[in-house]
Design a protein around this ligand. Structure first.
Ligand code: SF4
Length: 135
């Protein structure tokens, strides 16, 4: 058994510009309802899990016609799953994407900070109410 090597910096840099990864950033979702709309729902699942020595072309081609490939790739990167074809990517392609994904998503605004930001309009509403009562 061979171990996968770490992606090199130039591979990660290239992955950051890959349209498939950019689409995954745009289309990531919290729920997995997208799965029901996947083209793979109507195809033998084995197609998407070729042996390492087999080409993944058929699966990748099917994914390229799939309307949820961005959400699918986002899910695979979030899960860190490195087996099979997801969102028109092979496991090898996803290794570099995974480094880029984890770097980018680690700098996202955490959920608790967005809650603080959501409070600002409420504070304004409360101040408006105080103003209205005082006048
Ligand atoms: S992108 Fe590929 S693996 Fe993902 S849901 Fe679509 S067909 Fe299935």
């Amino acid at each position: 058994m061979t171990r996968a090597r770490m992606p090199r910096p130039h591979e990660v840099a290239a992955a950051r510009k890959d349209p498939r990864l950019l689409r995954a950033f745009d289309e990531r979702q919290d729920d997995v309802a997208w799965r029901t709309r996947g083209v793979c729902q109507t195809v033998d699942p084995e197609t998407f899990f070729p042996a390492p020595s087999e080409p993944a072309d058929t699966a990748v081609a099917l994914c390229r016609t799939c309307e949820v490939q961005g959400a699918c790739l986002a899910w695979a990167l979030e899960a860190g799953d490195c087996h099979g074809v997801w969102g028109a990517t092979t496991p090898r392609e996803r290794r570099a994407m995974l480094v880029a994904w984890r770097t980018e998503t680690a700098t996202d605004v955490p959920n608790n900070q967005s809650t603080v930001l959501e409070l600002i309009p409420k504070q304004r509403t409360t101040l408006d109410l105080v103003d209205r009562v005082a006048s």
